[in-house]
Design a binder for this molecule. Structure first.
Ligand SMILES: Cc1cc2nc3c(=O)[nH]c(=O)nc-3n(C[C@H](O)[C@H](O)[C@H](O)COP(=O)(O)OP(=O)(O)OC[C@H]3O[C@@H](n4cnc5c(N)ncnc54)[C@H](O)[C@@H]3O)c2cc1C
Ligand SMILES: *[C@@H]1O[C@H](CO)[C@@H](O)[C@H](O)[C@H]1NC(C)=O
Ligand SMILES: *[C@@H]1O[C@H](CO)[C@@H](O)[C@H](O)[C@H]1NC(C)=O
Ligand SMILES: *[C@@H]1O[C@H](CO)[C@@H](O)[C@H](O)[C@H]1NC(C)=O
Ligand SMILES: *[C@@H]1O[C@H](CO)[C@@H](O)[C@H](O)[C@H]1NC(C)=O
Ligand SMILES: *[C@@H]1O[C@H](CO)[C@@H](O)[C@H](O)[C@H]1NC(C)=O
Ligand SMILES: *[C@@H]1O[C@H](CO)[C@@H](O)[C@H](O)[C@H]1NC(C)=O
Ligand SMILES: *[C@@H]1O[C@H](CO)[C@@H](O)[C@H](O)[C@H]1NC(C)=O
Ligand SMILES: *[C@@H]1O[C@H](CO)[C@@H](O)[C@H](O)[C@H]1NC(C)=O
Length: 502
């Protein structure tokens, strides 16, 4: 067995194999560390001159689950507790609002948008259950009565409630699957999210999982190994690396990001079938940029977590600022960070640090006009769009596509399987999406090579592309997902009993 990538999906896939006594696997990984897009850096310094550790990638355990309700728990939370991960309750109501004249209270608009959210949910639910055509989140908002027009504060609120999470605009995003994703994470688990401030790094939890089945310096884990070619067939998979080395395996699980697939970083032999290429082209790899600033003092309110800025002209321009210098986080760190996404991310990725820092400081000085805002003593931001082992931050579900197209992103080609955040219909964009998909792919392969199928929940063996399952490319007949490993939420009772491929 071969697993490409030692991020959450790759480590979890290998663990699922190990759990079913399949131990003859190798994991090949571009970088020299486990965790993939859960990645940190040293930044600034504390009063002793030691650097802080901040997260450039994933930071939140989104939707924890609730012990007292006996419902499902987010696996990321389960494993984070096992390593005593240091994290803080991320409280969206701990917020101050600003515009270009300084602090201006428009929290009433936040409340207004929250009230609309209940309408969005119901309308998206109706479209889902009645099998109506999906539309953009913007169209969904409009039909639900939310019409911000040119109002800067309304645009900032909308950005904070939507773009800040999905990393794309309402115009670019699916209404139905956006809301469904929100429901499945924040209602099925819980509305609580925790933010990692662990100075060992957020990836400590997946390292903890890896240590349960890998030895220290395990020879099955190959770091600094860049896959360039994958040859696949119904009898096996051959992986060739940049250094000329290769791995031949009975089965392989490819966990590279959708961005890596879209950027042709890996050549496939034979070329991926049209249905697979269509799905790779259709889903979106979005970019989410955290921009870190350390100052010599904390000049912003220390009792608040979030600062929302409504730029008078440009939607998404330094809209959300977040303090790490707050109780429960890294108090006394004097660290503040801003988040940009999508076009604003692409823009700042193309310019140098000094230019970006200068424009961000103009915004901060508008937000705090009565304070002599000092220059930062440390400043950094990652450029996810051009990072060659990721090419973007995480996936988003675009307007106007279907579950069938999404299943094609996930389906195996011969003995080559695909897993990762983007292949999750329920939890795309999230760490737990990568975890569930990694487990699923590992269990499916285990189901092929052992006599007993132990993945009863979603079936064993091949994933089936929609065309193969139905012998048709007619996408009008939705909802026949039995045996496809998709959440029961998506499986309407059509009385159409599909053969499971177990
Ligand atoms: C800025 C940012 C913020 C985020 N915030 C959150 C958050 O708060 N909460 C949350 O739940 N999720 C968040 N996410 C999403 C989360 O990080 C991802 O969903 C998750 O880490 C994806 O895991 P994965 O295993 O699917 O992919 P990856 O982590 O990308 O793992 C794939 C692995 O494959 C390796 N690889 C790539 N190409 C090759 C190659 N050619 N050869 C060999 N190896 C290769 C990569 O190095 C990588 O280690 C965020 C992501 C980013 C970038
Ligand atoms: C493997 O088994 C361990 C122990 O039962 C469990 O904690 C872990 O979640 C399993 N991993 C997967 C990917 O199924
Ligand atoms: C769990 O659910 C109970 C009952 O609804 C609620 O009282 C409690 O606040 C919840 N706890 C968390 C941590 O969300
Ligand atoms: C986590 O904390 C508990 C209680 O303090 C301790 O028993 C346990 O060993 C710790 N685990 C790790 C991995 O640090
Ligand atoms: C989301 O959850 C709400 C509240 O439970 C429900 O009314 C709505 O139908 C759900 N929407 C979708 C798209 O799942
Ligand atoms: C693993 O490798 C590191 C670096 O080469 C070394 O310091 C460490 O002792 C090794 N650990 C084991 C258990 O072999
Ligand atoms: C910013 O707030 C001030 C004070 O309330 C207000 O006069 C101004 O119109 C606001 N700016 C915009 C662009 O709405
Ligand atoms: C921070 O630096 C500014 C000058 O840039 C200075 O005026 C201020 O006193 C400094 N604050 C502290 C706490 O040292
Ligand atoms: C999976 O698909 C392959 C063809 O790609 C086929 O040879 C194999 O028999 C299938 N396995 C199962 C269990 O359906």
């Amino acid at each position: 067995m071969a697993v490409i990538g030692a991020g959450v999906a790759g480590i979890t896939a290998a663990q699922a194999l190990a759990n079913q006594s399949i131990t003859d696997f190798v994991i090949v990984e571009y970088n020299d560390v486990i965790g993939g897009r859960m990645r940190n850096t040293k930044f600034g310094s504390d009063s002793d001159g030691n650097p802080y550790v901040v997260e450039l990638g994933a930071n939140w355990i989104s939707g924890l689950g609730n012990d007292t309700l006996d419902g499902p728990e987010n696996p990321v939370w389960t494993f984070s507790k096992q390593v005593n991960l240091s994290s803080a309750n991320s409280d969206a109501s701990s917020i101050v609002t600003y515009n270009e004249t300084g602090a201006v209270d428009y929290t009433d608009i936040l409340d207004e948008f929250e009230e609309y959210w209940a309408i969005f949910e119901q309308n998206a639910g109706t479209i889902l259950t009645e099998n109506l055509q999906d539309r953009s989140f913007r169209a969904g908002l409009w039909q639900s009565g939310w019409r911000p027009k040119g109002d800067a504060a309304r645009k900032a609120v909308e950005w904070w409630m939507w773009d800040w999470e999905t990393a794309q605009t309402p115009e670019e995003s699916s209404f139905v699957y956006g809301i469904t994703g929100y429901n499945l994470t924040y209602y099925a688990f819980s509305e609580l999210s925790y933010f990692s401030v662990d100075q060992r790094g957020f990836n400590t939890w997946i390292k903890g999982e890896a240590a349960k089945f890998l030895e220290a310096n395990d020879t099955r884990l190959h770091f600094n190994t860049v896959v360039t070619d994958i040859e696949y067939s119904d009898s096996g998979v051959k992986i060739t690396n940049e250094d000329g080395s290769c791995v031949e395996a009975d089965y392989a699980i490819n966990t590279v990001s959708l961005g890596v697939l879209q950027n042709d970083a890996i050549a496939f032999e034979p070329e991926l079938p049209d249905w697979k290429q269509d799905s790779i082209a259709t889903f979106t790899m979005a970019t989410y940029t955290k921009m870190f600033f350390q100052f010599n003092e904390t000049f912003w309110p220390t009792d608040k977590q979030f600062f929302l800025y409504a730029d008078p002209t440009t939607r998404g321009y330094y809209t959300v600022w977040q303090s790490l210098s707050t109780e429960g986080f890294l108090p006394g760190s004097n660290i503040l960070f801003a988040t940009l996404v999508d076009e604003q991310s692409y823009r700042v990725e193309a310019q140098d640090d000094e230019t970006t820092k200068a424009e961000a400081m103009v915004v901060l000085r508008q937000m705090f006009p009565d304070i002599d805002v000092p220059e930062p003593i440390a400043f950094t931001y990652p450029r996810w769009t051009s990072t060659p082992w990721s090419y973007g931050s995480y996936s988003n579900w675009p307007t106007g596509t279907t579950l069938e197209m999404h299943q094609n992103l996930r389906a195996n080609v011969g003995r080559l399987y695909f897993a990762g955040e983007a292949t999750s219909a329920e939890y795309f964009g999230f760490l737990h999406g990568a975890w569930f998909e990694g487990r699923e792919a590992g269990e499916r392969i285990a189901g092929m090579v052992t006599t007993e199928c132990r993945n009863v929940e979603s079936g064993c063996g091949n994933y089936t592309s929609y065309e193969v399952l139905h012998g048709t490319t007619d996408f009008s007949e939705v909802n026949a997902f039995n045996g496809m490993g998709v959440s029961p939420l998506f499986v309407a009772d059509t009385g159409d009993e599909e053969e499971s491929d177990a």
